[in-house]
Design a protein around this ligand. Structure first.
Ligand SMILES: NC(=O)C1=CN([C@@H]2O[C@H](COP(=O)(O)OP(=O)(O)OC[C@H]3O[C@@H](n4cnc5c(N)ncnc54)[C@H](O)[C@@H]3O)[C@@H](O)[C@H]2O)[C@@H](O)CC1
Ligand SMILES: [K+]
Length: 493
């Protein structure tokens, strides 16, 4: 059975917790199971040999820390626990602190060295303000010690909703979280602070998800795999759709060619580069399996767009900024064709966003901005601290799928769904890889995949093609790495 890769915000996690308690599971049992998962991870990962310093904060994350400390001591580990003060604990955390039954040292006395293992139970889902004072000092000592840190639920100081560092944040080697990951585990910089992430089952039934109806997902194949067009003996190329990439002039066609090649390798049945007369010769020299069509005037494009077999368009890479791009986008959308708008195509609407957002025609639209392009189209949203909020609000406003790119690309749909990509590769930080992504999205659209799933699949395939590479991988290399990724995906069906 496919497990939908849900992510839960801290509020949704608290809801899951409440529903579980209402169903008859005591909160103390959840905490005991969580603490046990942490103690087990300590021993699995780091063995018995190291002294363990457990740091307990004032809430239930601290409660988990007391349970883990007790269970580690019972299993023969040399454990010390440090806390701000124990007498403020309430509820399950108070019971867990009491069950520890030994000395609690004060955080202000916390010192450590590289041979210790630190268990970070300062703050989890309840972080409500920046970490400061003795907590910030504790984080700094832990990070500077070079001792491995195991974070309970999330590294203290990382915001579970946004992945931001609030004040100061632990740099963990391993994070043990419960039931489902949170957005802050996948969004940067949070992801970089988590180290390896383990998800522990603490006895919360997945049935609660039907009540919570989460709309945030990790961008994993389970989210879109079933929607991909599978290879079939009975298919001919027309069944796989036809992508059209609009090219710039003679010296600006490279980006469109990269996009076109990615569309073909990404599984479109046919790909055409629509080129102005000035670019025809250069494009013809570089293209073989990809067709070439002269397209100078708006009328030429209208004639193309009226052909229903040409079903997914790319506009932007190397196209040039201005009225021609705006008019071309209008023609494609008015004809009801799917459009991926990128680069110059996005910038062309920077002073006339409403012309794009309040468009005629109901063709699916996918916008693929990086942060700079996003700020030009959505200046009032660019400063919001949450990348999920930025992408979601922009998607709703534009009534389009928004692919907000970066090491933690977020894909958002107007209906509120959002996916955070987690297989991003630093190898993609090089010129032209965005053009390849537009082609991959258009290939999925040409295959008839719904726009949100098309964008999610393309983002994942793009990153997977680059995985294992470092500097030196260039955009031209990427399309030919895609068929292997697709083959693996289709084998897994
Ligand atoms: N939701 C669940 O199903 C479960 C949650 N558990 C644990 O409970 C945690 C959440 O517990 P809480 O909601 O108590 O949250 P936390 O343990 O993160 O802490 C909340 C407390 O810290 C204070 N606080 C927040 N930010 C602060 C700051 N910057 N400086 C000083 N004080 C600050 C708050 O006023 C509050 O008293 C999870 O992260 C997880 O570790 C587990 O016990 C198992 C079950
Ligand atoms: K923590």
């Amino acid at each position: 059975m496919t497990v939908i890769p849900h992510l839960l915000s801290p509020d949704e996690m608290a809801h899951a917790d409440r529903l579980t308690v209402e169903s008859g599971v005591p909160i103390l049992q959840l905490m005991e199971t969580a603490g046990n998962a942490v103690a087990t991870a300590v021993i699995d990962q780091f063995g018995w040999g190291r002294p363990v310093s457990v740091l307990a904060g004032p809430g239930n994350n601290g409660g988990d820390a007391f349970v883990a400390a007790r269970l580690l001591r019972e299993r023969g580990c040399d454990v010390e626990i440090f806390a701000g003060t124990t007498d403020r604990y309430t509820g399950a955390a108070a019971a867990s602190a009491q069950a520890w039954g030994s000395d609690v040292r004060l955080l202000r006395d916390f010192r450590t060295g590289p041979d210790t293992l630190i268990v970070d139970g300062l703050f989890g889902a309840g972080l409500s303000r920046p970490v400061d004072g003795e907590f910030a000092r504790t984080v700094e000592i832990a990070n500077a010690s070079r001792a491995p840190i195991l974070a309970i639920d999330i590294p203290s100081g990382i915001d579970g909703n946004t992945g931001e560092i609030r004040g100061a944040a632990m740099r963990a080697a391993l994070t043990v979280t419960f039931f489902r990951p949170k957005p802050g585990h996948l969004l940067l910089p949070g992801r970089a602070h988590c180290g390896e992430i383990r998800i522990a089952d603490i006895g919360i039934s997945s049935d609660v998800l039907a009540r919570i109806e989460p709309t945030t997902f990790a961008n994993e194949p389970a989210l879109w795999h079933a929607r991909l067009l599978a290879p079939s003996d009975t298919h001919h190329k027309y069944d796989r759709g036809h992508t059209v990439v609009l090219s710039g002039g003679a010296s600006h066609g490279g980006a469109a060619r990269l996009s076109a090649m990615a569309a073909l390798r990404g599984g479109a049945g046919l790909v055409t580069v629509a080129s102005p007369a000035s670019g025809l010769l250069v494009n013809a020299t570089h293209l073989d399996a990809i067709m070439l069509k002269r397209c100078d005037e708006e009328g030429d494009l209208r004639a193309l767009a009226e052909d229903r077999r040409l079903n997914a368009y790319v506009l932007g890479p190397g196209f040039g900024v201005g009225e021609k791009a705006r008019a071309s986008a209008g023609v494609i959308l008015k004809a009801g064709r799917a459009l991926v708008l990128d680069a110059d195509g996005l910038t062309s609407f920077q002073d006339v966003q409403r012309a794009l957002f309040e468009r005629e025609g109901a063709g699916p639209l996918v916008l693929t901005p990086h942060d700079g392009e996003f700020a030009r189209l959505f200046p009032d949203l660019a400063g919001l601290p949450s990348k999920l909020d930025r992408a979601r609000l922009a998607s709703r406003r534009a009534d389009a799928i928004v692919v907000l790119k970066g090491g933690d690309t977020v894909i958002a749909a107007p209906d509120g769904r959002a996916a955070i990509n987690e297989n991003g590769s630093p190898a993609l930080a090089t010129a032209g890889t965005g053009d390849v992504l537009t082609g991959l999205i258009a290939a999925q659209l040409a295959n008839g995949v719904p726009a949100f799933e098309a964008a999610c699949a393309a983002v994942w395939i793009h990153a997977c093609a680059a995985s294992g590479f470092g500097t030196g991988l260039i955009a031209e290399d990427l399309p030919r790495l895609v068929p292997r990724v697709l083959a693996t995906l289709h084998q897994e069906r």
